[in-house]
Design a protein around this ligand. Structure first.
Ligand code: DGL
Length: 262
């Protein structure tokens, strides 16, 4: 694999930029391409079959870009699509949940909460992956169906109760830590810390980027690498919402290159 080739990142929308921003900060000289699948947003309520199809289309797109690796900066896709596509490409694919589970399970904790999308929670992927490394861990997963809409600004106006209802239920479980198991959720941190200490929350992005740093075949560029952004729809809304996580200045619609997603 060509070490100067770009690394692909994808998510349903701007959420994956919470991973991407940390990555660019840690490894600014890598060449990167980010893909936001806004046409199919939100992923959280899609079927496994649909998610596998979206992932394949995006990976096929990255293949045309000759990437050296692809980062699935989306928990829902890691939970429901990764197992079906992981052996079909000649570049390495990094799913967020599976890449972070060992480090999280290795923390000195016994009870862990997970906030995630409906799809991720139903799949039980966090529990399965964490318990592979620590079988006695007690895991409570709670789906927060409105939280992605709050971040992407496509759904309901934000209500304090949308946040609090799930947090109250989680705190009753008395967790040592709570994983923000959807890449959109770190944006809600300011609201979450009104009701619980910041130290209780784990944003897997930091663990994920460390993992990538140690595992990727890095280039030897001495200058900042190039970056490109693509979406399958809604360039304007991506550019606007991206500012929550990263200063994206230019973005292209790439649907035509990759065919029909539905
Ligand atoms: N940000 C994604 C995740 O980490 C998906 C959110 C969605 O589109 O529902 O799961």
């Amino acid at each position: 694999m060509e070490k100067n080739a770009p690394i692909g990142f994808f998510d349903s929308g701007v959420g994956g930029l919470s991973v991407y921003a940390r990555f660019r900060h840690a490894l600014p000289n890598e060449n990167t391409i980010y893909y936001g699948d806004l046409k199919n947003l939100p992923y959280g309520n899609k079927t496994q079959e649909e998610l596998v199809c979206f992932a394949r289309n995006i990976l096929d797109f990255f293949k045309t870009k000759n990437v050296k690796a692809v980062v699935i900066a989306c928990n829902t896709s890691s939970a429901l699509a990764y197992d079906f596509i992981k052996n079909d490409y000649d570049f390495k694919i990094y799913p967020i949940i599976q890449s972070c589970a060992k480090v999280i399970a290795g923390m000195n904790i016994n009870r862990i909460g997970v906030f995630a999308t409906v799809g991720t929670v139903k799949s039980g992927a966090y529990k399965r992956e964490l318990c592979r490394y620590k079988s006695e861990l007690s895991v409570k997963e709670i789906a927060c169906p409105n939280w992605v809409s709050i971040v992407e600004g496509v759904g309901l106006p934000y209500e304090e109760s949308d946040i609090k209802i799930h947090l109250d239920e989680m705190l009753e479980f008395n967790p040592d830590k709570i994983i923000l198991g959807c890449t959109h959720y770190p944006y809600l941190m300011e609201r979450l810390v009104k009701y619980a200490p910041k130290s209780i929350f784990i944003d897997p992005a930091e663990i994920f980027v460390n993992y990538l740093k140690n595992d990727l075949f890095l280039n030897d560029n001495l200058k900042p690498g190039y970056e490109e952004f693509f979406v399958s729809a809604d360039v304007e809304s991506f550019l606007k919402n991206s500012q929550l996580f990263y200063n994206v200045k230019e973005c292209n619609e790439a649907d035509a290159c990759i065919g029909n997603f539905s």
